[in-house]
Design a protein around this ligand. Structure first.
Ligand code: GLA
Length: 730
């Protein structure tokens, strides 16, 4: 068992192959955190807690005159609220009598084989190859009759621990949950940097690194989506941690809605990390006997820097998160109509684009926005999911057949969660959109959000979507979301239920996914939210891939993909070659470079193939052939970021290495060029030092050590040009 309880010391020991996690039932039955980090086998780490009399840190009643026992000082596994811990709490609850205290004591625990699941919410699962054990600890607040169940699953071989929390109202009264954090982790020190991934539409997931300081640092989303602005993933690491060295801890939140991560450095230089649903906009009513299930957090620890941390996340997310069998399959090469035609098309124009892409090696045509309702611009049509026969004159079924006749698969874009005011759906059901009675709703991209907290709206969408999916030979769906939530209020509940709507929306969405995505296992689903506005693990549970960003500029994309790669596997990241000057930045980059960058993910195209030169088409064909040659390496290999966009302005490089370290693909893009430059070298990673390797197209034989320690001299190529090295063990 990866989980043990030592009766003699009352210590819970959770162990993966390389990590230890310990906590202890203290005097008076409080649950104290002891340690998380590099494996310390067979140790009882209770000695780390050194009781001291600390002024203004109060003592629980049962401690009597012992002023050294304080919940304000001791590291806790789930912090109390209003009962002597003044740091940020794990829970805020309004009890039946109006009091807001929660003081949990260990009442019972249970250890079992297998992974817990969370009703209504996505979470990791165990495969037949995994050894997974679970621990449930029940904390009981005697005075309020509220129980909190802490859940831990340990993926022993994969070095991953997941956590989740349940709150049970066992009192006779209704209670209100104002905050419930899925993970609380108290460290006894604070010599850490806080890393998170911030951004904006078309420029997502830029790495931000700051040392911890006294007070609270936090990131959050209150947008009703995990957001472009902050990704629900953070790292705490040593000040000198880098790709190859240093302790680092990752926390990845499996939820697509509002979230908050708070990190508090306290008066004694200790650190508390909390991760959960954003308490802002959240107030959940629990009637007597009801239970609230909070989402999962996935924890990983690396003592060898960020590369290893990313490998841990990539491996677990590739194998234990996505339900779709496409996750393990080579994806078709897509050509998407958006940047090729936007709203301006008819079926003949699209068929020409499709026809012209066949010889390029493209395998699927994706019809993006504009095919339905009155949808000639983004002012109208959302909600009316019938084919616009002025544009798709043949109808969708016939159009898909024509595409299939060309030897291509057919894919379709939908944005089901939204409605345009100029739509039949809105005219028939104005009450189905999120709005507050008596106020004008805020518009985003001229559209409103459907209220998925209402069962009838979810059921309507399930029927509508299943009807579309069955109406033509559709083999791929791009599921989009193009605005964030405002006016969060629902006529479907009473005054006290309004604080549940953000979360009920997510439950509604996951319910729809269960009924539409999981019931169509042979359709490949791609997630999108104006690009990467909802790129989170909960989405990956349903979609094996996500359109990473609406920015297709190769140079910007390198930074976006760099940030994304810290936690999300490369085979979840859709990336397309588009035309130049680029539509988002106006930049011109060589066609080859656009291919090199898009190959760092799931390669596709987003351009009008009828306008390509013969030479460009030949290049596409070559890119696709190359990509297919390296697909398994890119999809299954270990990923190394060889440069850091903050530090290396001259070139950016990244690398895929097969698990057996016998094959590797290195990609380099020159991002800034000066005259008469010094010779530059790219030092690669992850090879066997004593193994000899060849580089395709070159004569020499090089030891892994030479390639890693001395590097490969870069040729004198121009700004924005790129080069790839395929390295193979001899
Ligand atoms: C979003 C997507 C784009 C495209 C448009 C269509 O912005 O990210 O790729 O599908 O919507 O409106």
């Amino acid at each position: 068992m990866a989980i043990r309880f030592l009766e003699s010391t009352k210590t819970f020991i959770l162990e993966t192959k390389q990590t230890t996690y310990q906590m202890k039932i203290s005097k008076y039955d409080y649950l104290l955190h002891l340690y998380y980090g590099e494996k310390i086998p067979d140790a009882d780490l209770s000695y780390l807690i050194q009781p001291k009399d600390r002024g203004f840190s109060p003592n629980p009643y049962e401690a009597e005159y012992d002023r050294t026992f304080s919940l304000d000082v001791f590291p806790q596994e789930f912090s109390s609220d209003g009962c002597g811990d003044f740091r940020k709490p794990s829970i805020e609850v309004k009890n039946g009598d109006g009091s807001t205290a929660f003081l949990g004591k260990v009442k019972k625990y249970r250890i079992y084989s297998g992974k817990y699941s969370i009703p209504g919410l996505p979470s990791l699962f165990a495969t037949n190859d995994d050894t997974v054990d679970t621990l449930e600890i029940t904390l009981w607040d005697e005075a309020s009759s509220v129980a909190v169940v802490l859940l831990y699953s340990v993926f022993e071989e994969k070095n991953i621990i997941t956590r989740a929390v349940k709150v049970l109202n066992q009192s006779a009264h209704t209670i209100f949950l104002n905050r419930i954090m899925s993970t609380t982790l108290d460290y006894m020190e604070s010599n850490y940097d806080f890393i998170h991934f911030a951004g904006r539409h078309t420029m997502e997931r830029n790495l931000i690194r700051t040392p911890l300081r006294h007070g609270v640092q936090s990131i959050e989303s209150i947008r009703g989506a995990s957001s472009h602005q902050h990704n629900p993933f953070v790292i705490l690491c040593d000040h000198d941690a880098d790709e190859d060295r240093g302790d680092c801890y990752g926390f990845s939140f499996v939820y697509s809605g509002n979230f908050r991560c708070e990190i508090e450095k306290d008066q004694f230089d200790q650190t508390r990390l909390l991760f959960g649903i954003n308490p802002r906009g959240f107030c959940y009513r629990l009637k007597s006997g009801e239970c609230f299930d909070a989402p999962e957090t996935v924890l990983a620890y690396s003592n060898q820097g960020f590369a290893k941390l990313s490998h841990l996340y990539h491996d677990i997310y590739r194998n234990n998160l996505c339900r779709s069998h496409f996750s393990h399959m080579e994806r078709p090469i897509v050509i998407n109509s958006w940047e090729a035609a936007y709203f301006d098309f008819d079926d003949d124009k699209l068929l020409n684009i499709a026809k012209e892409s066949v010889d390029m090696g493209v395998e699927m045509f994706v019809l993006d926005d504009g095919w339905f309702g009155k949808r000639d611009s983004d002012f109208s049509g959302l909600g009316d999911w019938e084919t616009n026969t002025t544009k798709i004159k043949r109808g969708l079924t016939e159009f898909a057949k024509e595409i299939n006749k060309l030897g291509l698969k057919f894919g379709l874009w939908v944005e089901p969660e939204m409605v345009s005011e100029d739509s039949n759906l809105y005219r028939t059901h104005p009450e189905w959109c999120m709005h507050i009675e008596g106020r004008h709703p805020v518009r985003g991209r001229h559209q409103l959000v459907l209220d998925l907290s209402k069962k009838e709206v979810c059921d309507y969408l399930i029927n509508t979507l299943n009807h579309i999916l069955d109406s033509a030979n559709i083999e791929y769906i791009k599921w989009d979301l193009n605005r964030n939530m405002t006016d969060v209020w629902s006529s479907g509940t009473d005054v006290e239920g309004q604080g549940e709507i953000y979360h009920r929306y997510m439950l509604g969405l996951y319910y729809i996914f269960d009924q539409v995505i999981l019931t169509h296992p042979d359709i490949l689903f791609c997630g999108c939210a104006g690009g990467g506005g909802r790129y989170d693990p909960a989405m990956l549970y349903y979609y094996p891939e996500v359109w990473c960003s609406d920015n297709t500029d190769a140079i910007n994309r390198i930074t976006i993909q760099y940030g994304t790669s810290f936690v999300y596997p490369i085979n979840t990241l859709e990336s397309h070659v588009s035309v130049c000057p680029n539509h988002q930045t106006g930049r011109t980059t060589p066609f080859d470079t656009r291919g090199t960058v898009a190959m760092d993910g799931i390669l596709g195209y987003e351009l009008d193939s009828t306008k390509l030169t013969a030479e460009q088409k030949a290049l596409c064909k070559q890119q696709i052939a190359n990509y297919k040659k390296y697909y398994r390496l890119i999809a299954d290999g270990d990923y190394y970021r060889l440069t850091n966009p903050e530090k290396t302005k001259k070139f950016m490089a990244w690398q895929h290495v097969s698990k057996d370290k016998c094959s590797s693909l290195v990609s380099v893009v020159i991002t800034y060029k000066e005259s008469n430059e010094p010779q530059r070298y790219v030092k690669i990673k992850g090879l066997l030092p004593d193994q000899f390797y060849t580089i395709e197209g070159e004569n020499g034989v090089y030891s892994g050590r030479a390639l890693m320690k001395a590097g490969i001299p870069l040729p004198d190529i121009g700004e924005y040009e790129s080069i790839q090295y395929h390295i193979t063990a001899v």
